[in-house]
Design a protein around this ligand. Structure first.
Ligand code: IDP
Ligand code: MG
Length: 145
């Protein structure tokens, strides 16, 4: 299987709860290595741009206001099958429907405050990583060592 990269965002509720360490630990113990990490308070423009695909959905306004309600942790994760591996660890969008043991089942309180974002395709992952990180900010692990 190929080494892939995906974008993860720990949403404001993750920081509010003091849960970022526990969540990052789940990534690390499941073969997902951070290759870039930054804590940032997104502006409205940045959040709207990131979620532009959802701009016509009824929840768009609430989603953007939640995402700028506090700082987030932006991360590029790398590992085998990273996009799907991250989605599996996250669980379903609605925490009520998320499988037991997933991040959203364990930490999220609602579909709005659902703790984590993860890219949903390898193609989208490339664009989402480039939206927040310059190529020079991504650490290149040497897997031959
Ligand atoms: P995902 O985060 O699991 O990929 P998306 O469908 O891409 O889910 O939606 C982006 C975000 O928008 C979700 O994480 C969630 O916070 C919010 N969202 C999605 N659907 C709803 C909804 O029906 N009501 C309220 N918020 C929603
Ligand atoms: Mg999505």
């Amino acid at each position: 299987m190929a080494i892939e990269r995906t974008l993860s965002i720990l949403k404001p509720d993750a920081l509010e709860k003091g849960a970022i360490g526990k969540i990052i630990s789940r990534f690390e113990s499941n073969g997902l290595k951070p290759v870039a990490i930054r804590l940032q308070h997104l502006s409205q423009r940045e959040a709207e741009g990131f979620y532009a695909v959802h701009k016509d959905r009824p929840f768009f306004k609430d989603l953007v206001s939640f995402m700028i309600s506090g700082p987030v942790v932006l991360m590029c994760l790398e590992g085998e099958n990273a996009m799907q591996a991250n989605r599996d660890l996250m669980g379903a969008t609605d925490p009520k429907k998320a499988a037991a043991g997933t991040i959203r089942a364990d930490f999220a309180r609602s579909i709005d405050a659902n703790t984590v974002h993860g890219s949903d395709s390898v193609e989208n992952a490339k664009n989402e990583i480039a939206y927040f990180f310059r190529a020079t900010e991504l650490f290149a692990y040497d897997y031959k060592k």
